[in-house]
Design a protein around this ligand. Sequence first.
Ligand code: ARG
Length: 461
Amino acid sequence: MRKLWGGRFEGATDELIERLNNSISFDSRMWRQDIHGSIAHADMLGDTGIVSREEADTLISGLKSLESDIDAGTLLLPMDAEDVHTAVEGLLRERLGAVAGKLHTARSRNDQVATDVRLYLRDAIDGIAPELKALQAALLKLAEGEFDTILPGCTHLQHAQPVVLAHHLLAYFWMLDRDRERLADLRHRVNRSPLGAGALAGTGFPINRKQTAAALGFEQVLENSLDAVADRDFAVEFMAFASILAMHISRLAEEIILWNTPEFRFVTLDDAVTTGSSIMPQKKNPDVAELARGKTGRVFGGLTALLTLMKGLPLAYNKDMQEDKEPLFDAIDTLGLLLPAMKKTIETASFNRARMLQSLRGDFSTATDLADHLVRVGYTFRDAHDIVGQIVRTCIEQGIGLEDLTPESLAACEPRLAASAAEAVKALTVESSVASRTSQGGTAPTAVRAQWLLAQDRLNA
Ligand code: ARG
């Protein structure tokens, strides 16, 4: 396909250099955004009299026919073109002849590519947001049945205090909620129009940037033409969003992988989200969760790639910036797979509640409750901590758990407890431990129900 810039060259581009230079293999996916940008531009050219109304209408109907033919599969993009902009303009020239050459008046590929990427990313964001919300909804639904399921809450991956499963699942809901908030926020900065910045300095033609911005659904026009063609902050921001989200998904995935081990046996995964081994007939591996954890690397890598790409660039457009697309597209594709895959994993997971409860036996995870009891009967927390530490040691020596203590054996351990031993023993059950933590955001089933309702409101807002 003919280049958009052959005039001042005598020789042909080296074939190897062409392969290095061309971006059609990855930017072809922006063909629709490229056509939409061109339609808005052509219409504005007609309205401002830069081209005649008739010419503008010819350009617009030509562009629309390209869109419907590409959609129908009856027209293919020429993959030997330099980039998507060259390809679309070339197709238009084949269809309309010389008038197609008027489309690029008062425009450069520099503002055009920035426009296309912003439009493409905006569409991608609008696809990702509902997938993210659907994953949150799956967590919320799962949590609804688990207000009374108790499992060990961990710090340092050591049993710390008992928590209810709904509480644990909702923690992920809120992580994803911040991601959704971030996405909605950055969308405003993606959704600004560089179109009309020209190559870098603006144009002498009487263009109307507000018109093209409005036609394309942009919220505002970028104020500075140099910045408009040189800025990729919006892509970096998206990659930062994607990285944080991938990190959250990876943490959830890791927890699923761990809980699915024979040592934990907290969760059983559906056949639909697991795979087998070619040699070990018994295997059922949590591949979806593992890939979710593994794919985090390429998303983080993409963020680093974009930051590194931009950090040394002088104003305005530099060809380096062609390298912005592959990491961005890869992150979009990765999230497009991971979000529904994790949703399926979550939706089809079944919890082993008895096993969760059983794992709390003998784990001393209600030691803090005993210390809190001592505080209530008059000890300072430091003394209480000390006394309970000694009780735990005695239990370990005797090979029993806190739940095995009777009022008598507790009083024998610590004579000062004699008066309230019966009450203290009651505080040692995991049920009363979780029920007692009624502080806002705490693990008491009543508090978790209140939190669940807040989460539901948040999702429906
Ligand atoms: N393929 C290019 C890119 O992705 C389009 C812009 C080219 N501009 C130029 N002046 N060569 O950045």
